[in-house]
Design a protein around this ligand. Sequence first.
Ligand SMILES: Nc1ncnc2c1ncn2[C@@H]1O[C@H](COP(=O)(O)OP(=O)(O)O)[C@@H](O)[C@H]1O
Ligand SMILES: [Mg+2]
Length: 363
Amino acid sequence: MAKIELENISHSYDPADMPDEKKTFAVKDMNICWEDGIASALLGPSGCGKTTLLNIISGLLAPSHGRVLVDGKDVTFLSPRDRGIAQVFQFPVVYDTMNVYDNLAFPLRNEKRDEKEIREKVLKVAEILELEDKLHTSPSALYPAEKQKISLGRGIIRENTAAILFDEPLTVIDPKRKWSLKRKLRNVQKVLRKTMIYVTHDQHEALTFADDVTVIKDGRLVQKGTPEDLHSEPASPFVGYFIGSPGMNVLDFTLTEAGMDFGAFSVPLSPVLRDRLGSEGAFQLGVRPEFVQTGSEERQGAVPFTVAIIENNGAYRIFTLKNGDIRIKTRVSEDILAQEGEQVWAFFPEDKVKVFKENRKVY
Ligand SMILES: Nc1ncnc2c1ncn2[C@@H]1O[C@H](COP(=O)(O)OP(=O)(O)O)[C@@H](O)[C@H]1O
Ligand SMILES: [Mg+2]
């Protein structure tokens, strides 16, 4: 078990002798600390540097700049094996020439453990992963989900593993098995209490697996916090929009004496919030679809919108509302009978909105 720290990590795939100012950096000056035993996720869109960062942590890649510390010890230039970090890749790595038992035993045989100990550990891991009845099967006869469980088993079987990293491990799994395997992983983490870092571009996977989520974008750390923090206090419009489905509505406005001027319409502000925001200028309003209060009747401070699209998702409905070139999404209750093309009123409650300036949260 281990605490993992990144200190000023930057990485470029360009030749080392190229001057830094000419290089393209896939990872830019990252400072992150993962506490011991935590279930954590690294979340960001494709190409944002997740795999690069994971490979730097595991030791498959030496960073251009910065240090990796495991329990305070500098491991930046140690091999993956010597830093005790296991990695499970997007595509399962299993040996088809060995049965499941031997696949699981492989890391321990490499360490020259005795067969009695190996047997105990293989049986225990097989039990955790529900592979007991597959031990004498060849992996070639198994589903991708089961093969991925073998990869996972090989990741967790060594007791001295400090941490386990998963790089989009559910990519090859069909949707039906995805969720059960993810739950399994979550349970394994709870039982073993090992530091796990789960990489994904899928916010649902990240938020349901991890207690702690690190959002990255364009090679930079954007925000690190609990799923609740990211949802309720997004540090930037990007996080607001990226987390939640649908994501946060983010609308540009100009702060005026009277309130918020969105171009197509204006919304009054309380004196308290008006003072908080201070100087006039360009801001962004963030409001989650579930917090927009939508009604058929006009009310003080509400804005008229036309219902552009109604999506019925069974449990609730999402309306896309339009006013001029502004579109917002709102989650509405059953008692609103408005149809597409009709008018409704949307109200943004001040205690639920966020305000951003230059991409940072100011309220
Ligand atoms: N081996 C490589 N050589 C050159 N560029 C790479 C290499 N691997 C990744 N990149 C680039 O680095 C950036 C980050 O990639 P990656 O870490 O794979 O992102 P992610 O895993 O978030 O999709 C991308 O722009 C990608 O094109
Ligand atoms: Mg990747």
